[in-house]
Design a protein around this ligand. Structure first.
Ligand code: PXL
Length: 276
């Protein structure tokens, strides 16, 4: 029996419930071995804290890759998230090429922007480099802001299906195979995820909660990757991940002083159930 093994490359924000501190528990809860390559270590994430520390681990990456290759270690899926530097994107691309098992699924979350703006510390050269990594993705998971940056499209919060269709075409023109486009809303009070697979458009609509939480994109992508590795179709994985993310945001709304991330831990049982 084969045992699914994923590598995820993203930062460790020691406090903040995002990136590796959510990917590792969530993908593991899906029943999938989760290997990690930290892109950077921060005391907290950059969205709302000030004075955080940032240790860039770019220079460790080529040595780590070389060791894995020497040991003949490969992965059934490689999922990249928040990356620490523009230079690092090239190393992640080498990792995609160097330690992919046969039929390895490459998932790129271009975690770099939200609400119309790049996250702190990112610039246009980073966006340009990210386009080259997106070209290698079997599944690209952008939100609306990231999709706009990646396609040089002005950001707007008012749009229709034709606008989304055009973004999907332009994202695929970067070279990625399929797009899982999160946070696409066609109706007030609702949002959803577009699953654009082999040129076919599908949409899973769900509730739009009044509160939003930092790190929800990472929770979503992790649950998507875990579900995909458990043999779910892309649409099923997108639906399971959306329901899980919504449950985490709803739970967090009732918590006091929990502004920095989504409290996903009590919801893991529901994710495990959904995968049965
Ligand atoms: O959730 C995305 C993310 C991941 N890692 C760090 C971040 C952010 C978003 O701001 O700052 C360090």
């Amino acid at each position: 029996m084969s045992y699914p093994r994923v590598l995820t490359v993203q930062d460790i924000s020691c406090v903040g419930q995002c990136s590796l501190t959510v990917a590792l528990p969530i993908i593991s809860a899906c029943g999938v071995e989760t290997c990690v390559l930290p892109s950077a270590v921060l005391s907290t994430h950059t969205g709302g804290f000030s004075g955080f520390t940032f240790r860039d681990l770019t220079d460790d990456m080529s040595g780590i890759l070389a060791h894995w290759q020497k040991e003949k270690i490969t992965f059934g899926a490689i999922y990249s998230g928040y990356l620490g530097s523009t230079k690092q994107i090239k190393y992640v691309s080498d990792i995609f090429d160097g330690v992919a098992a046969e039929h390895c699924v490459k998932v790129v979350d271009p975690a770099m922007a939200d609400h119309g703006k790049l996250y702190y510390g990112f610039d246009m050269p980073f966006v340009e480099a990210m386009k080259t990594l997106c070209a290698k993705a079997d599944y690209l998971l952008p939100n609306l802001t990231e999709a706009c940056f990646l396609t040089d499209t002005p950001y707007t919060e008012t749009y229709d299906r034709a606008f989304i269709d055009e973004l999907l075409q332009k994202l695929c023109a970067l070279g990625c195979k399929n797009v899982i486009f999160t946070g696409v809303s066609y109706e007030a009070g609702k949002t959803g995820v577009v699953v654009y697979e082999n040129g076919v458009y599908n949409y899973y609509e769900h509730e739009l909660l009044p509160n939003s939480c930092h790190g929800t994109g990472d929770i979503y992508a992790s649950a998507f990757v875990g579900s995909l590795m458990r043999g779910k179709s892309a649409f099923e994985a997108a639906r399971i991940a959306a329901d899980f993310a919504v449950s985490c945001i709803r739970y967090t709304a009732d918590l006091k002083d929990h502004w920095y991330g989504a409290a996903f831990e009590p919801m893991l049982g529901g994710l495990i159930e959904a995968l049965k």
